[in-house]
Unconditional design. Structure first.
Length: 282
């Protein structure tokens, strides 16, 4: 149960859901925004239990996954056509590392990697990886995608379980490092990411069905998931026509967000320290 009577407020959940679409499809980390925006806005979201926050984040991803599934149904066959068994193997192999890491590290991710300072580190590391990978020359075309590439993409998705790294950013960086052009990298990123998002959402939904939600949380979950679905569907249709974006501007944005969060954390730590000293003198 939320501490001190705190609950997931529907208006906050709605705002975070609207942020989910653009921040999931762009390589800026949706989880970083879900964690850091409440910190910067002084919302009490960070005081909720870690398991509740993680369940809410997965609910947002569930809305995103459903929207992406609808958006991608209308796409022409591309770099990962379903009828191509070899490319289907790429998608399957790209799911194995994040699935294994998700099961093995679930508690650690919920309790420690979702802390704001860990998110800041993920933003910085992901930004550096994206900036470096995007400088790699284009040496391959989409038809040259091989199962071994799926392993690399899967490891990138496993690394993205750490909030702040970004699933989209990690897979885009991996695809660019493998020599694919930006257009192909984006298609690859979307296709290998969808099964992972769906799987994580289904797993968490099953857990919620067994344990239930704290009183008053259902409205926030519904608002967030619905807003995530709508914002993702709108953004997918817009961004699908703007493939091939350079990664450097997103890397710089991530560093700026990390800087803002670091400043807020330092300020809060200073205030807390001053308060503790004042209390000890009383």
């Amino acid at each position: 149960m939320p501490r001190h009577g705190l609950a997931l407020r529907p208006r906050h959940a709605l705002a975070l859901g609207l942020l989910q679409g653009p921040t999931e499809l762009l390589p800026v980390s949706s989880s970083a925004h879900t964690i850091l925006v409440p910190l910067l806005a002084r919302w009490p979201y960070g005081e909720l239990p870690a398991t509740l926050r993680k369940s809410f984040e997965v609910a947002l991803h569930g809305g995103t996954a459903l929207a992406l599934a609808l958006a991608m149904r209308a796409e022409p066959s591309g770099a990962l056509a379903d009828r191509d068994a070899r490319r289907a193997a790429v998608v399957a192999l790209a799911c194995v590392p994040p699935a294994g890491a998700g099961v093995a590290l679930a508690t650690h991710i919920e309790s420690r990697l979702s802390e704001p300072r860990a998110v800041v580190r993920g933003l910085v590391v992901g930004a550096l990886a994206m900036a470096i990978a995007d400088r790699c020359p284009v040496t391959r075309v989409a038809d040259e995608l091989r199962p071994r590439d799926g392993v690399v993409l899967g490891l990138a998705q496993a690394a993205a379980l750490a909030p702040g790294v970004s699933r989209s950013g990690a897979t885009l960086a991996a695809a660019r490092a493998l020599g694919f052009a930006r257009d192909d990298a984006q298609v690859i990123s979307w296709h290998v990411g969808l099964p992972v998002i769906l799987g994580a959402s289904a797993t968490r939904a099953a857990r919620i069905a067994r344990t239930g939600l704290p009183s008053g949380a259902a409205a926030g979950f519904a608002a967030g998931a619905g807003a995530a679905f709508a914002s993702t569907l709108a953004c997918a249709r817009l961004l699908g026509r703007r493939a091939g974006r350079p990664l450097l501007p997103f890397a710089l944005y991530r560093l700026a967000l990390a800087g803002l969060a670091t400043r807020r954390l330092a300020h809060d730590a200073a205030v807390s320290g001053a308060t503790d000293q004042s209390a000890s003198r009383s």
